[in-house]
Design a protein around this ligand. Structure first.
Ligand code: HSE
Length: 351
């Protein structure tokens, strides 16, 4: 132990915006797994301060302070943004980067809409913004950075995937949503999940990293799951299909992009049909690496905290922020025109 401690660099000091499901899970990991984290980062990671909207009466593992106090705190190396939504999260991230702090965020709305501009201000890391525990963000930007990704077919929203399974099993829409909320899967405003804003934002991030073109999530056609009836799910089952909310994107040889998010009929013997509950899956067609499938927990406090910690360890080790650098390089581009993939491919539309 002494030899291990001697090897360590000075602690990496962080502040955190938000102490909800994911923030709570991250704070627990930082305490419970402190030794393993210090070993991975070659230095302890210390949570010094937390910002929440209403601190009165709350118990926390570090003192509460205002956003301004936290950003001005001279000892900090980085902040973690886990508030979600566009504002005030975007302002927190912008101010922290401008103050010279690294920022680690799980915020897909901010990264999808403002990521390229923000990443020009400083080191921005966002592994947790897409598919939680699945290590896809740095994989696309770094590991596969010299390949050419031709298409993405994915399930990127754990809430709706979990709801579709529960409704097919006999639960009502309201019961299925309440269960996803209880498990900490759903967004604060669950319309982000059921109306597919959340997977559209994630698909925009993946498309930017995979295709190296700036993609505005509002240009991605979205069809959510709100209008799906239990009878449609049952009828699909009888015909040998499972209805899944599929987020898909293709870049053609002329660099044009097609992408959309919609419920689709997936044959029940396809691997994508067996992605259950809060799991996500991402199938990539890469010119040189070939067909790759990454699957794992795509939502939930521990899964998201795991991805935030991956970024924190990289930050503490001063590893490159490859995905952030890639987004920064896209900032001068106009947003690409994105046509919908339409009702036939990659699977038939379900509605
Ligand atoms: N609400 C999101 C989901 C959380 O269900 O996938 C993870 O991004």
């Amino acid at each position: 132990m002494l030899a291990f401690r001697k090897m360590l660099r000075a602690p990496y000091r962080i502040g955190m915006f938000g102490l909800g499901h994911v923030g709570g899970a991250l704070a627990r990991r930082l305490v419970d797994d402190a030794d393993a984290i210090a070993r991975a980062a070659n230095r302890p990671i210390l949570l010094e301060a937390i910002v929440v909207a209403r601190p009165q009466g709350r118990v926390a593992p570090a003192p509460f302070m205002t956003a301004e106090e936290l950003i001005a705190r001279p000892s900090l190396d980085a902040v973690v943004e886990l508030v979600g939504g566009l504002e005030p999260a975007h302002t927190y991230i912008k101010n922290a980067l401008s103050a010279g702090l690294e920022v680690i965020t799980a915020n897909k709305q901010v990264v999808a809409t403002q990521g390229p501009a923000l990443a020009r201000l400083g080191r921005l890391r966002f592994e947790a913004s897409v598919a939680s525990a699945i290590p896809i963000v740095e994989t696309l930007a770094d590991t596969l950075g010299s390949d050419r990704i031709r298409s993405i077919i994915s399930i990127l929203n754990g809430t709706t995937n979990s709801m579709l399974g529960a409704i097919a099993g006999g639960a009502s829409y309201a019961e299925a949503l309440a269960d996803a909320q209880r498990r900490g899967l759903a967004e604060a405003d669950p319309s982000a999940d059921v109306d597919a804003h959340d997977p559209a934002a994630k698909l925009a991030i993946l498309s930017m990293l995979a295709f190296r073109r700036r993609v505005d999530p509002s240009h991605i056609e979205r069809v959510g799951i709100r209008s799906l009836e239990p009878a449609q799910l049952a009828a699909a089952r009888q015909r040998g299909f499972v209805i899944k909310l599929i987020a898909a994107a293709t870049m053609h040889d002329d660099a044009s992009i097609e992408a959309d998010v919609r419920p689709r009929l997936v044959p029940d013997d396809a691997a994508m049909a067996r992605v259950e509950g809060a799991m996500n899956a991402i199938a990539l067609d890469a010119q040189y690496a070939g067909s790759l499938v990454l699957q794992g927990p795509g939502a939930g406090p521990d899964a998201a905290a795991s991805a935030v910690l991956a970024d924190l360890v990289r930050a503490a080790k001063d590893a490159p922020a490859s995905a952030g650098s890639l987004l920064a390089s896209l900032a001068p581009q106009p947003a690409a025109t994105v046509a919908p993939l339409g009702p036939k491919n990659p699977y038939p539309a379900a509605s």
